[in-house]
Design a protein around this ligand. Sequence first.
Ligand code: ADP
Length: 492
Amino acid sequence: MTEAARNFIAGEWIAAAEVHPDVNPSNTNDVVGQFPRATAADTERAIEAARAAFPKWSRTTPQERYEILKKISDEILARKDELGRILSREEGKTLPEGVGETVRAGQIFAFFAGECLRLGGEAIPSVRPGVGVEVTREPIGVVGMITPWNFPIAIPAWKIAPALAYGNCIVFKPAELVPATAHALAEIIVRSGIPAGVFNLVQGRGSVVGETILRSPKIDAVTFTGSVPTGRKVAQAAIESTPMKKIQLEMGGKNPLVILDDADLKVAVECAVNGAFFSTGQRCTASSRLIVTERIHDRFLDAMSERLRGLVVDDALKAGTHIGPVVDEGQLEQDMKYVAIGKDEGARLVLGGERLNRESPGFYMAPALFADVDNSMRIAREEIFGPVATVIRAKGYDEALAIANDTEFGLSSGICTTSLKYAQHFKRNAEAGMVMVNLPTAGVDYHVPFGGRKGSSYGPREQGAYAREFYTTVKTAYSFSDVDPPRPAASE
Ligand code: ADP
């Protein structure tokens, strides 16, 4: 890309007054492109355009919306390798992870293409004679979308696809670190033949574009994925605006993976390595607390260390890389800061935790494993969002479950065990929105609900048919019709 990318507002590609470079975290000499920083006025125009497009778009037939979503899905899937490469180049997850995420986005659009045709209502007999009740769903209106950098195509897909499927208009503000993927996705959406104004891409700063979305009385709902402090701002702005906005927040995690004495050691190590370190640990569902019971503890630690020593940390686009770089300098500093905090708190750094040099200048870090961690330590309580995992020893299942639940978060919670009894008990008692048995805490299906409890999430679930709870509003319609009037008497 030689000239700067543009935003897509009111059916047109609009150049921004200011642009910024998108830098490859595997090689900081590689600039992916120049991307726009929109102003508040650009954002307002996008919101106006979405409002203007809503009456017509909300009345399109399911077939019209199906065709648009199907086209988007088809193009994403047909170009998965190219799009996955852009994603890995700017975000730093490995190429197979980038392509995998792109395929996921294509599948999500296909799923919601089908959802266009499945949306129905209910007819319920009234308690009153002659009255009928219908319960239907209508789109909510203009949805503001604020997304993070760690899933540059899947998260936008799981917000954009249901919003369109159920007849809403969109103002999409992606994270500044991943503008190229957002731009490529927007081009595909535009090529699908979507009417002007229905979908708007506004790239820019959270404090400018994001804040304008939050403050606008013309935005009906905001779906947000990101940090807890920003999530709180979204919620505060939503209740302060008139009318108040509907909100959906997906925020942090401090996800536990419990490993019991009876676990299959190989399965446990694979779940832990995948959950804690793949995608450089930059997943809100990452397993950052490995809670291990007494008799398997030392064996697990040895096997884990050996497995980690065999992992290749290198350029995300290189074949054979298992773990790509951290997303940027700021995040790497945060990860290193937590390694220092862990050591100060008295945890034992088993391996990793240092900055690495590779052929190209990038933000490389050796995956860090801490043992002898107490659940009260900061490294066990605060979300680090990097390749850092803690091992916490537990006496037995009961203590492990108590530690697993002793957190302000509640997104995903896992257990490795061969005992049906413990697996069943854990599924019922883990205080999390998602529970995994003999699976990593990260890695979910796209056709079922995604979301958490406690400090992790707020508002209705994302993904699958449950997404309709956020992207539609319910209408209850009553009608009276005197279908069975009293007959006139025969003599009259
Ligand atoms: P992360 O740590 O993942 O970057 P953030 O919560 O900072 O988490 O960012 C998630 C998204 O929220 C990004 O798109 C970012 O630009 C946006 N954002 C950041 N600050 C604000 C804000 N004050 N208002 C609205 N959006 C914001």
